[in-house]
Design a protein around this ligand. Sequence first.
Ligand code: GTP
Ligand code: MG
Length: 577
Amino acid sequence: MMLSLVLMVPDTHAFVVVTTKRITRTFATSVFDADKVDLQKKYSDTFRRKNGKNSSNNDDPEWKFFDTARLHVSGGDGGNGSVAFRREKGAPLGGPSGGRGGSGGSVYLECDESLNTLMMLRQKIHVRAANGKNGIGKNKDGQCADDTIVRVPPGTVVRELTTQKLAGELRTHGERLLVAKGGRGGRGNAAFMTQRRTAPKLAERGEPGASRWLSIELRLVADVGFLGMPNAGKSTLLAAASAARPKIANYPFTTIVPNLGVCDVGDGAGLVLCDIPGLIEGASEGAGMGGAFLRHVQRCKVLLHVVDGTSEDPVQDFITINNELKQYDDFLAQKPQVVILNKVDVPEVKEKEEELLQSLREAAGHSRVLPVSAATTENVSQLMSRLSKFVAAQPKPDLPPLPEVDLSKAGLEYDSDDYEIISDPAYPGQWRISGQHIEQIAKMTHWEYPEAVERFGRQLEALGISSELSRRGAEDGDLIMIDKYDFEFSPNLTNPYIPPELIEAEEMFASKSRAAVKNDEEDDALWRPFQEGGFLDVDTEELVGFGDLDDWMLLEDDEFGDDYIPEEGDEVWTSNE
Ligand SMILES: Nc1nc2c(ncn2[C@@H]2O[C@H](COP(=O)(O)OP(=O)(O)OP(=O)(O)O)[C@@H](O)[C@H]2O)c(=O)[nH]1
Ligand SMILES: [Mg+2]
C-alpha cells in the first residue's frame, strides 16, 4: 500500500497540500521551459561530437584544437535527513533521533602542470559528484560524498557558459576552483525538536547540488611566446632550445597545437617557451585559425618574433604580423618583443643579413633584433640567455582578472530570494512560481511528512508569495507549480485536504481495529495510524511513528539504509523484538 500523505492533526494550518494530480509535461515545456529546451538544443552537438558523429561545429576552427571545451558539472545532492525515534527498553517514548544526511560531493577543477591541452575534457562532457548518504536512526548522520576533481592544464580560464561570465583562472600547479558545490545534507527530525514540539515528524530532503554548463578555454602561460609566419622556423627553434620535440616540416601550418618547451638557462627555473602555429595576414579575423592561437600568447611576458630570412620580403612579413596583432588585441601588440632573423645559415640570407637586421630594427623601433639559425643552433644559446634576462626584467605578469561570477555556492546559499510568478491567460487558474530560493526549498521538502508540508506553507508565507498570489487573483484550488512540484492553492486552509485513499486506508485500519478489539487482540487494535497522526515513510513504506500512542513503531533494520552495517556494540532493534 502506498500512502503519499497523511495529515491528521485537526487544527493544523496547512497552507498547501500535495495533490496526486500531475500536469502534463508538454504544457509545462511549451509555456515555461522554452529556455531550457533551447539550451539543450544548442549543446546537443556536444553529444554528437562525443559519439563521433559529424558535428555541426566542424566549420568552427577553434573546435579542432583542444583548447576550448564545454563541460557540464553537477555537485552531488545532499543525503536526506531521517525521521526516527529512540526506542530503548524501559523508555518506549524516546526522543527524535533521525540523523542528518551527508553532504554531496563538489566538483573542483584542479590545475595540473603535466597537462597542456583540454583534450580529456572533450571525452568527458558531464561530470557529476556523488550524492551524500541519507541520515539514519539513532542520530547517525549519513556519510558525506567525496569531491570529484577534474584536472586541467595551467592557463585554464573558466566561464559560466550561458552568461560568459568569468569564474576564475587556474595558473599554478595544485590550484583549485570550486565549480559545482554539492548540496548539504537534509536535517533529521532530531534537529526540529523544540520545547513545544518534542516529537517532530519531519525531516528535510538533501539540498540538490549546484549544476551548470561551463565554457573552458586554455591560455598557455609561458615566459616567451613565439610569433611568426608559417614556416619561419618557430618549431625548429623550440626544438633547438629545449627538449621539446615538435613536428617540423617544410610546409606551412605544420604546427597545429601550441607546443611548450622549457629552456635550461642555468637559473633552475628554466625559461618556458610557447611555440604557436604560424600566423598569416587576416589572422586576427580568424584566417589560418589565427584567433585560436593568439589567445595563447596573451599570457606570455615576452613575444619572440621569428622572421624567415628566406622569405621574399622578411621586413614586410614582420610588419604584417605586427598589424595582425594590433587588430586582434592592442594589449598583445604592446607586449615587448624580441625579433630574430632566422635561417642565417642560408648563404642568400647571410649576404643581406646586415641590411635586413637594420631594416628590422627600424620597423620595430627598438634594437632587440638578433640573427639566428635555428637549424644549426647558431646564436641560439646567446638568444636564450638574453631572453631570460629580458624576461626577468619585465614587470610581474598581470594578475588574473577578478572573477565576475561566484560558482562556489549551492542551493539555498544563493543571495537572492527573488521569485517570479508567471501566469498565462490561456491557462486560467494555473500559476508557476520560479525562483532559485523557493525552488530549493521545494526540493528539500519531504512531501510525505505533513509537518514538512506545513513548514513549506509557512515558508511560502514568509517569502510573501502567498499574499502576492492572492493579490494577483489566485483563488482557492488554483494549480501552483514550483519546479517539478504542483499544489493546490489553499490560502486560508484550516481543514487540510485529505486524499481519498487515506480516508479509505483509515477506514480499513479502523475496521481491523474494531475486529481486533472484539477478538481481544489488543496489539492489532492499536493500528490506527491515520487517526493517531501516524505516518508512513514512503521510501520504505514503513510506518515510522505514531501520534501519542505509548508504543512506537519499531524501526526496521532496513530503515538504517541499504549500506548500514551494524558495528560492534550497536544495538539494532527489529520489529519482532
Ligand atoms: N636552413 C634553415 N632552415 C630552417 C631553419 N629553421 C627552420 N628551417 C626549416 O624551415 C622549415 C619550417 O620549419 P618549422 O620549424 O616547421 O617552421 P614553423 O615556423 O614552426 O612553421 P609552422 O608550424 O608551419 O608555422 C623546415 O623545413 C625547417 O627545417 C634555419 O635556421 N635554417
Ligand atoms: Mg611549427
